[in-house]
Design a protein around this ligand. Sequence first.
Ligand SMILES: NC(=O)c1ccc[n+]([C@@H]2O[C@H](COP(=O)([O-])OP(=O)(O)OC[C@H]3O[C@@H](n4cnc5c(N)ncnc54)[C@H](OP(=O)(O)O)[C@@H]3O)[C@@H](O)[C@H]2O)c1
Length: 276
Amino acid sequence: MQNIPLLRLNDGHKIPAIGYGTYPLDNPQAEKAVREALDCGYRLFDTAANYGNESGVGTGLISYDVGRGDIFVTTKLRGRDQGYDSTLRAFDASLQRLKMSYIDLYLIHWPLPMKDQYVESWKALVQLQKDGRVRSIGVSNFLPEHIERIIDATGVTPAVNQIELHVDFAQKESLALHKKLGILTEAWSPLGRGSVLENPVVGRIAQHHNRTPAQILLRWIIQVGAVPLPKSAHPERMKKNIEVFDFELSDTDMRDLDALDGNNRTGPDPATCTEE
Ligand SMILES: NC(=O)c1ccc[n+]([C@@H]2O[C@H](COP(=O)([O-])OP(=O)(O)OC[C@H]3O[C@@H](n4cnc5c(N)ncnc54)[C@H](OP(=O)(O)O)[C@@H]3O)[C@@H](O)[C@H]2O)c1
């Protein structure tokens, strides 16, 4: 089983350097997949109220023989629950569905600038952290202007921003800002939802290192300084996807992969997304 390195967040807590994504698994699928992922060595699990699978993720985790302190659980606040009081209530509901007494990392799922409630929601996350109900707090899909605004309003810098990140959408501006502010980047759709697996440059580098294309894409994420959250429902792929800490891409490999950036999203634009 892979030994996954731990990284330190800006609040002192540690987070595994790769995680398991659970979207779009339903509750029974998530329960099974989470146990299989634990078997493979995953210790970081990514869910969200909007995935509708917190209950299955929680059941899978608590039914497995692993200490609560040895796993790292992330969930997210959905759009319709934004606002100060509603965030506090939504957090309680997530905790209940997960069947846990605390969450390691709670994120605002999307900024939804047209609703303009993300500052109030962030204040609620700050309070939850002060109350010891969540270890670390962060955001997801926040653009630089949203990050700057919540820091200005509260003085609290998010520990994490979870964004779409893969070789075809390399997010240089966000990565640079996160680095400057000490925010850890998590990469969603690190395989571009499968869209970049067939790329011939990825294939050539995979062949050279005797690795799978997915391993090359995930290693690229690690070497740009982010934590990838690949999802697979297949144990064989899950296992291969975390075997990415025993080889390194060269500077030339990295340059060739960097050159694949076509600024192509697979998901919504945070400036206009209206997630409910
Ligand atoms: N914060 C957000 O707004 C946000 C948005 C989207 C996603 N996320 C998180 O990020 C996680 C990952 O993103 P994602 O699921 O969109 O995309 P992804 O991990 O880039 O791609 C998943 C797809 O790749 C396939 N796959 C996985 N490993 C493979 C391998 N080794 N070889 C070939 N195909 C492989 C999977 O199929 P199989 O399952 O059939 O193997 C699935 O179809 C989600 O599960 C979720 O936790 C967050």
